[in-house]
Design a protein around this ligand. Structure first.
Ligand code: ADP
Length: 718
């Protein structure tokens, strides 16, 4: 079924190298078959007899999609011999021999089984994405191959990674290069950056129909006509792929769901207006991480005869998912990324330029089946002078609180978080920030040692603030409510996506009038009330639809809540005081216990009201003036005043710094946090060795692109 894939021709060589070495790095073009074929080769060669073959993926959608494909190729039922596990969704069974899982799930599994004995082979796939979790796994498996001696094989695969660097990291392990069958790709640059890359992509893919029509009915000066009718002096020559170019699909890289939806709808309008028979048919397909799985797989079905597909995708199509049949690529040159600033605790969601490596990956998508063309909507000067050479690893642009807690909870004598063997180390500033945050929420003591609370928190598949909230809620008798809030927050993006048309931000401004409003306490309480109302309506699907809530999202919440509740019961083993069945009792008491639990959990995300500035000031970071996001349900009291203290789920800089998902808390609960902050000694927290490690860390970090130059963040499709 897949014998045409380049990697298959190298099976003997790859398997021989794997046999002789504990760690092997495999570099091969995207689409050469690394994700789908290596696991099957290992299965054929008997590696699944002594354990499961695990293949990690940085993205959830890739784990699901590739597992589905491999099950299909092997002719087995998904979830049996071939399965997948992503957060809150486990489709594996006792029969499973090949398991696709996100890198985060594998990290979590190693908590209960530090040697990962169930696996005979671990493939760290897509290592070039340099996701935070894969980077941590690199450090962990390095240790594991020593501990498990000859019983574990590790394969690290990548499309672009600097193989030598990884090989050095693994004591000069062998690097195999799988030559890809890549056809030449002609690269076309724009003369200048477009004002709107949606419009520019549209024009490149399919220029205005009216122009084409007029041109065809009798003008031989298309250059004149097009530039005249489009009323633009930008580019007299418009590629207009659909009309001018022979068959072959078009892959267009946009930055996010909103832009994709806009461009898809514009392309659809143009297709509708096409003169019948003037050119081949066209199908427009969006591709992004929030798309329901049944819509995602549409890109894998070939188009009907005489039909061209336009796939409008995020950077998910850059290396994670390979869409066959692409001959033309339109590259906006941008990607949407989240960047964390450890000194302000703020995330920014930026649309940033891609790196040269990414640009070349995108172009490469056009040359998989025959010579292709890549239309870059930026100039060659911009590419040469402005684009970074490589993408900045996620570890250098994320909050590390969760990862540091994880590493501390492993409690391995040879693992010291501040000296952890990272391929590229994070900055000392972000490690310090993580330690401070963890101390504020009681996960580590004032000498940096993990506490019992922290140990339990690490076992929950939630970010530290939510885990801490659950534990506190269990103590003060509102666990049931906190479980609901945690589940609702875990699914928030899908939850709101059903409210038609506009962007999520706008959707939240106008919730359907019948939905509860948080009783003046803010968004966490509102999320709880929505779920409770759904519960009172017997979890009726029609109720979700009537209230503009996405059914899939709400079903997911229900399932996540059930899983979290089971996990809490399991973790408790008698030591926790789990009380999950007291649903609505709390409501009359102003949700006080829940808000108190949130205050303890979000002690690292606290803000104080600044009356004269009509906003809030963050506490615990370099003080920032921030606003409650306009989409929040938080209301002023009868005197028109906002609460004095609030906790927030996320601080994000868009047009201004905004706090998203806020909850009102009380002064009395805030005082102990302020006291803790006063006493905080960062040198002590980092085990007294702060300064020397800071110097060491700074030395290593300077070898990478400087932070100011490297405005980058987290891929948006996890
Ligand atoms: P790599 O990991 O080297 O990028 P893959 O193993 O992901 O390559 O892809 C190999 C081939 O399998 C490609 O032609 C791709 O289109 C196809 N493929 C991967 N996943 C699916 C799927 N879910 N459905 C159909 N085809 C798929």
């Amino acid at each position: 079924m897949a014998s045409h894939l380049p990697i298959v021709q190298f099976e003997d060589k790859i398997m021989k190298t794997v046999e002789d070495n504990a760690v092997v790095v495999i570099i091969g073009e995207t689409g050469s078959g690394k994700s789908t074929q290596l696991s099957q080769m290992l299965h054929r060669r008997g590696y699944t007899k002594s354990g499961i073959v695990a293949v990690t993926q940085p993205r959830r959608v890739a784990a699901v999609s590739v597992a589905r494909r491999v099950a299909q190729e092997l002719g087995v039922t998904l979830g049996e011999e071939v399965g997948y596990a992503i957060r809150f969704e486990d489709r594996t069974s006792d029969l499973t021999r090949i398991k696709y899982l996100t890198d985060g799930v594998l990290l979590r599994e190693s908590l209960s089984n530090p040697e990962l004995n169930q696996y005979s082979v671990i493939i760290l796939d897509e290592a070039h994405e340099r996701s935070l979790n894969t980077d941590i796994l690199l450090g962990l498996v390095k240790r594991l191959v020593k501990v498990r001696a000859s019983k574990l094989k590790v394969l690290i695969t990548s499309a672009t990674l600097d193989g030598e660097k990884v090989s050095e990291f693994f004591s000069d392990c062998p690097v195999l290069n799988v030559p890809g069958k890549l056809y030449p790709v002609e690269i076309m640059y724009s003369e200048e950056s477009p004002k709107s890359y949606i419009e520019s992509s549209l024009r490149t893919a399919m220029a205005n129909v009216a122009n084409i029509y007029i041109y065809y009915i009798g003008n031989d000066s298309d250059v004149f006509f097009e530039s005249f009718l489009l009323n633009t002096s930008e580019t007299p020559h418009i590629p207009n792929i659909h009309v001018r170019e022979p068959e072959g699909d078009v892959l267009i890289f946009m930055t996010g769901q909103d832009d994709i939806e806009k461009l898809v709808s514009k392309l659809e309008d143009r297709v509708q207006g096409l003169e019948e028979g003037s050119c081949m048919d066209a199908i427009i397909l969006p591709l992004h991480g929030s798309l329901p799985p049944e819509l995602q797989v549409r890109v894998f079905s070939p188009p009907p005869p005489n039909c061209r597909r336009f796939i409008v995708a995020t950077n998910i199509a850059e290396t994670s998912l390979t869409v066959d049949g692409v001959v033309y690529v339109i590259d906006s040159g941008y990607v949407k990324q989240r960047q964390y600033n450890p000194s302000t605790g703020m995330y920014s969601l930026d649309i940033v330029q891609i790196s040269k490596v990414q640009a070349n990956q995108r172009a490469g998508r056009a040359g998989r089946t025959r010579p292709g063309k890549c239309y870059r909507l930026y100039s060659s000067e911009a590419y040469e002078e402005e684009f970074l050479d490589v993408t900045v690893p996620e570890i250098q642009r994320s909050s590390l609180a969760g990862s540091v807690l994880y590493l501390k909870s492993l409690d391995l004598p040879d693992i010291d978080i501040l000296k952890f063997d990272f391929l590229d180390p994070p900055s000392f500033e972000s490690l310090e920030d993580a330690l401070k945050q963890l101390h504020l929420i009681d996960a580590i003591d004032d000498t940096g040692l993990i506490t019992r609370v922290g140990q339990t928190m690490a076992e929950l598949p939630l970010e530290p603030s939510l885990s801490r909230t659950l534990m506190e809620a269990n103590e003060n008798g509102c666990l049931s409510q906190a479980l609901t809030v945690a589940a609702m927050l875990s699914a928030e993006t899908t939850l709101l996506a059903a409210q038609s048309g506009k962007s999520n931000e706008k959707k939240r401004k106008h919730p359907p009038p019948d939905l509860p409003d948080g009783s003046g306490w803010g968004d966490h309480v509102q999320l709880l009330q929505i779920f409770e109302q759904w519960d009172q309506n017997d979890f009726d699907i029609g109720w979700c639809k009537d209230n503009g809530l996405q059914v899939r999202g709400m079903m997911f919440v229900k399932d996540v809540r059930r899983q979290l509740s089971q996990l809490m019961q399991k973790i408790a083993k008698g030591s926790l005081n789990v009380r999950t069945n007291e649903r609505y009792k709390e409501r009359q008491r102003g949700y006080k216990n829940l808000r108190k639990a949130l205050c303890v959990g979000y002690a690292n995300k606290l803000a104080e009201r600044m009356v004269q500035h009509n906003g809030y000031r963050t506490i615990g970071f370099k003080p920032q003036l921030v606003q409650v996001h306009p989409s929040s349900t938080l209301k002023t009291d009868e005197d028109g005043m906002f609460p004095n203290y609030i906790v927030y789920h996320e601080l994000i800089a868009t047009s201004r710094p905004f706090m998203r998902n806020v909850c009102a808390v009380e002064m009395a609960w805030v005082s102990p946090i302020l006291k803790k902050l006063e006493k905080l000694d960062i040198d002590k927290l980092s085990g007294g060795s702060g300064r020397s490690i800071r110097e060491e860390s700074e030395k290593k970090v300077t070898s990478l692109p400087k932070k100011e130059e490297a405005v980058a963040g987290v891929p948006d499709d996890r």
